[in-house]
Design a protein around this ligand. Structure first.
Ligand SMILES: C[S@@+](CC[C@H](N)C(=O)[O-])C[C@H]1O[C@@H](n2cnc3c(N)ncnc32)[C@H](O)[C@@H]1O
Ligand SMILES: Nc1nc2[nH]cc(C(=O)O)c2c(=O)[nH]1
Ligand code: SF4
Ligand SMILES: [Mg+2]
Length: 236
């Protein structure tokens, strides 16, 4: 059986972002990413500072049950980029056969057939502030394969350049539900009060931008809810 490098398994908690925000869920965070976003809030998954365990789908399900007991019916797979790992297909199909729904968070740069079996797919292409380049051939393919599934686009916005990018993405894929997410530019902060007040200011700025735009009419504007509740704490 193909093994998957797992950085952390935690929950139940709530999905703090995007299309199923508020959903009670477990998290499986895989190691490794083909990107290096300048502001990545999970850089420990790829910069060598974190430690992973190689696990089979069976091992992961066992640990999900050890931690979450019978208190979950939804599992979110994030990373890093989970789409690096072929072995996640077995995890998704095994969870499905147990009646447990899955979600995945990916930037849409690498395709895996198992994406088709995931209940909620969030694709988060990266704006200019990340310093990453979007491969539109790859992204077009993703959207084309997933357009009839429960899929969404989520662009993190830090500045005006990112907002222009978000508009461009929304215009290119008008049928796909579009989310704008507040960028956290203080991922190292442990001062929760000042962090939260800063992120709420950034949220207000992002709302103002969407409200003023004629392109961004059918969008949802969200903060990272988990950061407003727990700050930059890991494993929540
Ligand atoms: C850590 S990434 C892992 C999944 C995948 N690599 C991706 O980027 O979509 C999970 C989500 O967090 C978002 N994210 C990462 N760093 C962030 C930050 N500093 N502020 C806001 N969102 C961030 C990403 O855009 C993505 O939507
Ligand atoms: N509660 C909570 N919601 C999240 N949504 C996306 C997350 C991620 O890091 O991928 C995340 C996370 O780490 N925690
Ligand atoms: S793609 Fe996701 S995990 Fe990879 S560096 Fe960017 S935000 Fe971090
Ligand atoms: Mg996160």
């Amino acid at each position: 059986m193909k093994k998957i490098p797992v950085m952390e398994i935690f929950g139940p908690t709530i999905q703090g972002e995007g299309m199923v925000i508020g959903q009670k869920t477990m998290f499986v965070r895989t190691g490794g990413c083909d990107y290096r976003c300048s502001w990545c809030d999970s850089a420990f998954t790829w910069d060598g500072t974190g430690k992973s365990n190689l696990m089979t789908a069976e091992d992961i399900i066992k640990q999900l049950k050890e931690i979450g007991g019978d208190r979950f019916s939804h599992v979110t797979i994030s990373g890093g980029n989970p789409a690096i790992h072929q072995g996640i297909g077995k995890l998704v199909s095994s969870l499905k056969s147990l009646g447990i729904k899955t979600a995945v968070e990916t930037q849409g740069s690498l395709w895996q057939e198992w994406m088709m079996e995931v209940s909620d797919v969030t694709i988060s292409p990266k704006p200019p502030s990340s310093k990453m380049e979007t491969d539109y051939d790859k992204l077009d393919y993703y959207i084309d394969r997933l357009k009839d599934q429960h899929v969404s686009l989520k662009v993190v916005v830090f500045n005006e350049g990112d907002l222009e990018y978000a508009k461009h993405i929304h215009e290119r894929y008008p049928e796909i539900p579009m989310y704008l997410q507040v960028g956290n530019d203080e991922v190292e902060s442990v001062e929760n009060d000042s962090l939260i007040s800063h992120l709420l200011d950034r949220y207000e700025w992002l709302i103002d931008q969407a409200v003023a735009s004629e392109t961004l009419n059918d969008v949802k504007v969200l903060p990272q809810l988990h950061t407003l509740v727990w700050g930059n704490k890991r494993g929540v």
